[in-house]
Design a protein around this ligand. Structure first.
Ligand code: AMP
Ligand code: MG
Length: 411
């Protein structure tokens, strides 16, 4: 038997088949969670005008040089500047303007003194503007002022193409007045669960049968990565049924096809045969645990990933292969997964395949530790729901002692 492909070889091979899908214009509220398809540059300076960071008084710093509680400096208050209402005049020597947070700094001033450092410390809603104010301390030029362009200059690159838009990016897009933008279309992935033992959730359970759970978990995984799942119902373990389902997937205009089960060496495993009849299998089986039977190829030109049927194998192979492929399809520029180094609190045995073990990562005194969450059988989802991480045991490692350090993917 030829040597099995390593995870990294298989992933590289598979990723070559996926290119970003096309784009569409969406309104800003719909853009959250989508991947931006254009470079977003600042349309103007941010902030767009000098403004106060405090409720207080705008003044000339030179006027209050040396001010202190014992020798306050008295200034004439010549204006009141609420947020949103620029003052058209100019402050001169000995003058101040009451100013609110976010209000434009008046011409002639170069700093703000917070209200707490003046004798006008009773500022509250509706408070009248004083005629004069005593300032109890000095300030430097620029104190309590957000200078125009401090956060970004016009034309600065703020959000590069390929970024998935988080709430904070949505906020800055709104700050720039951008009401709609180009994003990548959401990739569509067909989900084909094969197996004669499967019963639809909601139907009565029968002897020897199990509820079909992979479609649900895989759909949630697809959606978590920004894709759209197209579930194709239960597919019997027959070559014709699998082919018919693959054709339905193509009719549904999907960007890739995911199947579950029927891809191993069982007498009723027809998925590979169906792909080979009308497509091509690029690889089958990877040196990993769980997930070894994973297959990859094309069905009439559409990328196809055959996931194993065991629920945890399907989950892990999705994380290892489908998530990066989906993110690449989705136009995201970085599809690597952040990982951390953790110290093992349990001894780990492996069979030499690259292993993705269910574990619980905890943090203590600035260090990350990990325990296994129990039974690592590929059919056991319970140890996966108890896990908050997959611990990666490299190729060719058979045993790791307590205290060994491994990489972990936080789930
Ligand atoms: P197979 O890959 O067809 O050999 O299936 C491996 C194991 O996964 C068997 O125990 C199946 O019953 C189980 N299995 C297959 N498909 C599903 C599914 N969609 N939901 C839950 N379990 C499944
Ligand atoms: Mg089966």
């Amino acid at each position: 038997m030829p040597a099995l492909l390593s995870v990294s070889e298989a992933l590289q091979n598979l990723l070559e088949a996926f290119q970003p899908v096309g784009c569409e214009q969406v309104g800003l509220p719909e853009a959250a969670g989508r991947v931006v398809a254009e470079d977003i540059r600042s349309r103007f300076d941010l902030p767009n005008f000098d403004n106060s960071t405090m409720d207080g008084f705008a003044l000339r710093a030179a006027d209050v040089n040396g001010a202190c509680h014992e020798r306050p400096v008295l200034l004439d208050v010549v204006a009141d500047i609420p947020a949103g209402q620029p003052f058209s005049g100019t402050l001169t020597h000995g003058q101040a303007a009451r100013i609110m947070t976010g209000a434009p700094l008046p011409a002639g001033s170069d700093a703000v003194i917070p209200v707490e450092d003046t004798n006008y410390s009773c500022l509250q809603a509706g408070a009248p503007v004083p005629i004069q104010v005593q300032v109890f301390r000095s300030v430097r030029v620029g104190d309590y002022v957000r200078v125009r362009g401090k956060d970004a200059r016009e034309q600065d690159l703020l959000i590069p193409r390929g970024t998935r838009l988080r709430p904070q990016e949505i906020g800055i897009l709104a700050m720039l007045g951008i009401s709609s933008l180009q994003v990548y279309r959401q990739p569509r992935l067909a989900i084909l669960p094969t197996g004669d033992e499967l019963i639809r959730v909601g139907d009565p359970l029968q002897p020897g049968k199990i509820y079909e759970s992979n479609t649900y978990a895989l759909t949630a995984q697809v959606e978590q990565s920004g894709g759209l799942a197209v579930p194709l119902g239960l597919i019997p373990d027959r070559l014709e049924s699998v082919r018919e389902a693959l054709d339905r997937a193509l009719n549904a205009k999907v960007d890739a096809i995911l199947s579950s089960a029927g891809v191993s060496v069982g007498a009723y495993d027809f998925v590979r045969a169906a792909i080979e009849q009308d497509g091509k299998l690029s690889f089958w089986r990877v040196n990993m645990r769980p997930g070894k039977p994973v297959a990859f190829g094309f069905y009439r030109g559409t990328p196809f990933i055959g996931l194993p049927g065991n629920p945890t194998s399907a989950f892990v192979s999705f994380e290892v292969f489908v998530r990066p492929a989906l993110l690449k399809l989705a136009g995201q520029s970085d599809w690597s997964r952040p990982s951390i180094r953790v110290e093992l609190l349990d001894m780990v045995e492996s069979d030499g395949r690259e292993s993705y073990l269910r574990g619980m990562v905890t943090f203590r005194d600035g260090h990350a530790y990990a325990r296994l969450t129990g039974n690592q059988d590929s059919g056991n989802l319970r140890s996966l729901i108890q896990a908050n991480a997959l611990l990666i045991i490299p190729n060719e490692v058979k045993c790791l002692p307590i205290g060994a350090v491994v990489q972990a993917w936080l789930l």
